[in-house]
Unconditional design. Structure first.
Ligand code: F0G
Length: 462
């Protein structure tokens, strides 16, 4: 007998209480935070779906590994364990640990890019874009057409537009020093990229002599989608799939706070010896010696275990299933979401849910505030606040107005998800009464982290 209930494939050894608040307390907390969920105290949040980054629970094996951390400044045993784990998965030559993903991005941008360069990607994450733009280069998003349409079903909506990529490579022969593919495509809805797409992009890059890099934060979830959805991979293990994905790349940046199942860490991995030497020098300048790169020895141990655990089939089955369970409930109640559900998150289409709120009143931002106000849920806007500001400072609406509910790994259980469903049903019933917001204070870059807002009318929900 095969039972069909998919359970959390772990038991819980340590618990952390979460705190209920009243709607009035949350309204006050929002005011104090300038209506920016990044500025809340986490203690005032009941279910925190702001990000799946660094928020996961470590396993007992990881905690045990941490006790073996070798804190030697140079040549620590922990580094070699970490390097071995990354090489086992990625097969790349030089492995540079960094404190998180954006440090790897910054180092690469600094060592590889110059003013006027173009870096294509299926969709750049905001820190990747910011690091590329800080080097004077252009970050170009090339998702397939379906990737920009929330309601269209496609098994690999994260794919890069190959014709678009070929055009850029042909038209700008000396301006593209690297091509990126982000697996899974976070800003595009947590959507996977197929093996065929990675392979074809790699062939194109080879033809034009340009290295292909993976932004590999969620490589294990991407591998699982390939196993589930792509012909020819049903019998392969996630590890085999991951190794094949990386085999098409000459390098990778990774925030190991995601599929490294750790609270901190990242790496830059690459084959090019000369570039690796430059990157190591840059690493020493800001992160630390190349065998620790801004991490403690015990962090490297946690990563060495976590990267491999992330490829466990029972874990991945539960992980992807618990996200799609929420997605299905939302679809059933008529909440428009990015379809099909992504690997680490559900993305609510706020433009469709709140058509009465124009882009310049930030419908997705407003919806995320209401989710907190009504249910104590913290999500994140991926819309015109995050992406609406151009490098020259002008404002242009983003392609999509999404609210992301990102799931920390191994943290919440089925009843937390059922609670989310109930809150969403309530917020859905209020939708015609939800109003937009305006910005009252804003920094120049990455404004979503610290800008302050106020409701355009008396309150968020009239
Ligand atoms: N690339 C992608 C695809 C990401 O999702 C992130 C982080 C980064 C790079 C940067 O990594 O945070 O370790 O410096 N994403 C988090 C998120 C913050 O919430 O999606 P980092």
């Amino acid at each position: 007998m095969e039972f069909k209930t998919i359970i959390e494939p772990f038991r819980i050894k340590a618990v952390e209480p979460i705190r209920q608040t009243t709607r009035q307390e949350r309204r006050q907390a929002l005011r104090e935070a300038g209506h920016n969920l990044f500025l809340l105290r986490a203690e005032d949040v009941l279910i925190d779906l702001l990000t799946d980054s660094g928020t996961g629970a470590m396993s007992s094996h990881q905690w045990a590994g941490m006790m073996k951390g070798d804190e030697s400044y140079a040549g620590a045993r922990s580094f070699f364990r970490f390097e071995e784990a990354v090489q086992k998965i990625a097969g790349l030559e030089h492995i540079l640990p960094t404190h998180q993903g954006r440090a790897a991005e910054r180092i690469l941008a600094r060592c590889l890019l110059k003013e006027g360069d173009i870096v294509p990607n299926n969709t750049h994450f905001d820190t990747t874009r910011a690091n590329i733009e800080a080097a004077g280069a252009t970050a170009l998003d090339l998702p397939i057409a379906e990737g920009r349409q929330p309601r269209t079903e496609h098994p690999f909506k994260g794919n890069i537009d190959l014709a678009g990529l070929e055009r850029v490579l042909r038209e700008h022969p000396d301006q593209v020093p690297v091509v990126f593919i982000t697996i899974t495509n976070n800003s595009g809805g947590g959507q996977p990229v197929s093996m065929a797409n990675i392979r074809a992009a790699s062939e194109l890059c080879q033809k034009f002599g340009v290295p292909l890099f993976l932004d590999a934060c969620r490589f294990a979830e991407n591998a699982w989608f390939i196993k589930m959805r792509e012909e020819g991979y049903g019998e392969s293990t996630p590890m085999e799939i991951a190794r094949e994905m990386f085999s098409y790349a000459q390098g990778a940046t990774m925030s190991a706070k995601k599929d490294g199942l750790s609270n901190i860490g990242g790496f830059l991995a690459l084959n090019d010896d000369t570039l690796a030497r430059r990157c190591k020098d840059e690493l020493i300048l800001t992160e630390g010696f190349p065998t620790y790169g801004g991490l403690a020895g015990y962090d490297l141990e946690a990563l060495a275990v976590g990267l491999i655990e992330a490829l466990d089939e029972d874990y991945l089955r539960y992980r992807v299933r618990s996200v799609s369970y929420l997605g299905e409930r939302l679809i059933d109640m008529g909440v428009p979401i990015m379809r099909p559900p992504g690997g680490h998150a559900i993305y609510i289409d706020a433009a469709e849910l709140l058509p009465h709120i124009p882009a310049h009143q930030y419908p997705a931002w407003a919806l995320s505030l209401v989710l907190y106000l009504e249910g104590g849920i913290r999500s994140v806007e991926i819309g015109s606040v995050m992406f609406g500001i151009q490098p020259d400072g002008t404002e242009k609406p983003a392609d999509m107005e999404l609210v992301r509910l990102a799931f920390p790994r191994r943290v919440y259980t089925q009843s937390h998800v059922d609670y989310l469903v109930e809150v969403m049903a309530h917020v859905h019933s209020l939708r015609d009464r939800i109003r937009g917001v305006r910005i009252t204070e804003s920094p120049k870059v990455l404004r979503h982290f610290s800008a302050r807002f106020e409701p355009v009318e008396d309150s968020l929900v009239l």
